[in-house]
Every structure is written in C-alpha cells, then in structure tokens.
Design a protein around this ligand. Structure first.
Ligand code: UTP
Length: 271
C-alpha cells in the first residue's frame, strides 16, 4: 500500500522570475486555485494519507498558507461567509495531512528527498514534482495500480519531440510490458539528441523504494552542480531493482516555465 507522498518545494523557481522573487511558485494561482492544491487533490484521490512537504526558510509562505487559522477564524466570526467557511474547511483538511521538513540549501531534488528519510514508514512512497500538473486522469492513482500489479517502482513517462530531449531526463527502455508500461534500462539526465536512448521523458511522478535513501546518502552533485534523484534511481537499476516506466493517459502541463504556466490556466479553464 502506498500511503505517503513527498513533494519537494524548496527550489528557487528562477524560471518564473519575477513572479517568484518574493512568492512561492507553488502558491501561484492556476485558474483561481494555488497550483499546489491540484497536486494535493491528486494525492487524496489516489488514496494518500500523509504528505510530506520539503520546504526551505525562504518558502515558509507555503507553511503559512496552511497554518493561518487565527486569520480565518477572525474573518469567519465577523462575516459568516459560506464560501470562506468552505475554503477554510478545505485548508484544515489539507493541513491535517501535511508534515513539513526543511532543506536548508537547494542542492537538488535528490538532496530534498533525503530530508524525508526518517519519516517514511513503508517500503514504497510516492513523490510528485509540483511543477508537473497532470489533468484529466489521475496519474498517481494509475501508477499505484501499476505498482501493485507488477511489484516494482514506477515513474511517469511522456513521449516528447526528439528535438527537445536535452531538456528532460530520458529513459532507455529494456522491454515493453504492455502498451502503457515498460521496464526501464536507464535514465539519462538531459542528453543531446545523439546520446538520447529514446524520446520518452521522465515526468514528475515517482513511486520510489526506501532503498533509494542509501543511494542518495553517498551521491555527489552531478549535472548543473545538483544532486539528482535520477542518479540515485540509475544506481538502483544497476543493482537490478525493477523500475517501470508508465505512459500516463492524462494531459501534462509544465507549470515551471513562464509559457507553460500561462498556458496551464487556459487549459484548466477549458475543463
Ligand atoms: P526544478 O529544478 O524543476 O525547479 O525542481 P526549481 O529549482 O524550483 O526552479 P528553477 O529551475 O530554478 O526554475 C523540481 C522541484 O524540486 C524542488 C523544486 O521546488 C521543484 O518543485 N527542488 C528542487 C527542491 O525541493 N530542492 C532542490 O534543491 C531543488
């Protein structure tokens, strides 16, 4: 059973500057709702009971968003506004599920994951990168089904234009299991076109085994000077740990770039 999810939120969000100079990108509204709420809802629908947020001192605004009880209580006692009461109840429900841990410096996603080590209770956990919104079909729920059926770690995969492979983590494929799932042979961070083993890219949904922590502990910074989660995954694959790539059926929205962020509101407003 996968009951815990972790969400790294301690990055700087430089691609969304100036919006992120004093604000957290994960709280930026997408069609009138903070981006992070879409991710929380995906988790809840997928049966997740506890979510661990990895934040930093610079991103405490995220914690404040969920811990603003006095503010809501004062307003509600004065206004008795049904919409505000409903919103506050929703925030309270989210708050109950969320635990906060800190990453002091943005050393990379791998380092962020390592901060959750002592809180993970089961053999596997879910990780979601909040920049990657997937709408129309719950990707986490589908991945949990794949995990149960094939008994392995699972990562979301999306076919991308060959010309753009250098922007992504790219999968090498060992063999297809069926139309939507394959065994991963390798994961290469941002390869050039010639080196890319396929045009299937890593998207920010992962079901990871707790053995990842051992690998992360000894990892050194790699491309871009960061500690990448994909490097730890490759080490596990080298040890014959089963990783399955899942071609998800939902629609992917990249909210980490300015263009993608603007488009995501338009796409969601059409739903
Ligand atoms: P990204 O590298 O895509 O986002 O990390 P970023 O660093 O926030 O933004 P840019 O690249 O400067 O525009 C993917 C996710 O991992 C988190 C980020 O907050 C983001 O949600 N992250 C990244 C961490 O929590 N810690 C890190 O050290 C790096």
């Amino acid at each position: 059973m996968i009951k815990q999810a972790i969400i790294p939120l301690a990055g700087l969000g430089t691609r969304l500057l100036p919006l992120t100079s004093v604000f957290a990108k994960e709280l930026l509204p997408i069609n009138g709702k903070p981006a992070i709420e879409y991710i929380i809802e995906e988790c809840i629908e997928a049966g997740i009971k506890e979510i661990i947020f990895i934040i930093s001192k610079k991103k405490e605004i995220i914690k404040n968003y969920f811990h603003n009880d006095k503010f809501y209580k004062d307003i509600i006692s004065k206004k008795k506004d049904a919409r505000i009461i409903k919103e506050y109840r929703k925030i309270l429900r989210y708050k109950k599920m969320i635990k906060f841990v800190y990453q002091d410096k943005p050393l990379g996603t791998g380092d962020a994951v390592l901060k959750t080590k002592k809180f993970i209770k089961d053999k596997f956990f879910l990780m979601l990168l909040p920049d990657d919104l997937i709408i129309k079909k719950n990707c986490s729920r589908s991945m949990i089904k794949v995990h149960k059926k094939f008994k392995g770690s699972v990562m979301a995969s999306l076919k991308v234009n060959k010309k753009t492979v250098s922007r992504w983590g790219i999968y090498g494929i060992k063999k297809n299991i069926n139309k939507n799932n394959f065994i991963i042979k390798s994961v290469v961070e941002k390869p050039n076109i010639k080196q890319a083993p396929s045009n299937k890219a890593v998207i920010g949904r992962y079901i990871l085994p707790i053995s990842i922590f051992k690998k992360l502990k000894n990892l050194k910074p790699n491309k871009g000077g960061e500690i990448h989660i994909t490097d730890a995954i490759q080490l596990l694959i080298n040890d014959n740990v089963k990783f399955i790539g899942h071609n998800f059926l939902g629609k992917y929205l990249d909210c980490g770039t300015m263009n993608g962020y603007i488009k995501s509101s338009m796409e969601i407003s059409k739903l």
